[in-house]
Write a protein that binds this ligand. Structure first.
Ligand code: PAF
Length: 281
């Protein structure tokens, strides 16, 4: 496994595979790897000849008051976890990605869908994500890129970006990996204290209940969302939203046969947790 920090070093590392015409599969991450990330890397392994993983805590996707400075950075541990799973690990510095000044660096934005749901509560977040992923795609030039479905909206926006900008890259989504009690794996779970950690699976349980009641048509969409938010508050969460959306366009236009997804974001102590579940009709 090669560890490279700069763009020229990455290009050197990828050249032999590119010359042989072998497929390159890319897994962008912000490091602090857990089993959810490893599921992405293992899927990547099955999809192509060589796997590149980036570890880059992207300042542009953190807003004011977000946890950029305190975001867990565990480089040596990440290298150890990737040994034998990835051929190349790319750990650029902020200047390798944004040049001299992040403030005047070109942005990539998918309007509309970047401003709803999590985008409404984290202004600028998805512009940070699409900008860094577009840059990483141009640097790595993968054939396939793998993302987690836990970040449903992120993957949805990235699919739109890839289509709009004609990136010749196939995006592969991987199902959310959960702890035995149902909590979706996330680097941010480590911000939870012991009491909050015991409560955290209630987010997933609440989504499952919304799904069951939605399928029974026992209340309107808005009622179900409001009742779920109320329940989360009672448990001790501070919910940003619980929302039932059309999985094809993320709108609230739901016909009887539209595939949907139930998404939620809620604060618990210092952690902002997100989760979603698909609803098969
Ligand atoms: O999902 C993440 O870890 C990040 O948003 C990503 C896609 C690596 C971009 O920084």
């Amino acid at each position: 496994m090669q560890q490279v920090q700069t763009v020229p070093a990455l290009h050197d590392a990828l050249r032999p595979w590119r010359t042989r015409g072998e497929s390159i599969v890319f897994v962008p991450t912000m490091g602090n790897l857990h089993d959810g990330h490893l599921a992405l890397v293992k899927r990547a392994r099955k999809l192509g000849a060589m796997v590149v993983v980036s570890l880059f805590v992207n300042p542009l996707q953190f807003g004011e008051g977000d946890d950029f400075a305190g975001y867990p950075r565990t480089l040596q541990q990440d290298y150890a976890l990737l040994e034998g799973l990835a051929e190349v690990v790319f750990t650029p510095a902020v200047t390798d990605i944004y040049g001299r000044s992040i403030d005047i660096s070109t942005r990539v934005e998918v309007p509309g869908i970047s401003d709803i749901l999590c985008g409404a509560y984290r202004p600028g977040h998805f512009v940070g994500v699409t900008t860094v992923v577009a840059k990483l795609f141009n640097i790595v030039k993968p054939d396939i890129a793998v993302f987690g479905e836990k970040d449903f909206q992120q993957l949805f926006i990235l699919r739109a970006m890839v289509a709009d900008l004609a990136f010749p890259i196939v995006l592969e989504g991987v199902a959310t990996v959960r702890e035995p009690d149902g909590l979706a794996m996330s680097s941010r779970n480590q911000y939870l204290n012991a009491r909050e950690r015991r409560l955290a699976p209630k987010l997933y349980q609440t989504l499952l209940e919304v799904k069951e009641r939605y399928l029974q048509r026992s209340a309107t969409r808005i009622e179900l969302e409001q009742q779920a938010e109320f329940k989360l508050k009672q448990y001790g969460f501070v919910p940003d939203y619980v929302s039932i959306r059309n999985a094809r366009d993320l709108t609230t236009d739901l016909t009887v046969d539209s595939p949907c997804v139930i998404l939620a974001a809620a604060h618990l102590g210092k952690a902002r947790l997100i989760d979603n579940i698909p609803v098969a009709l």
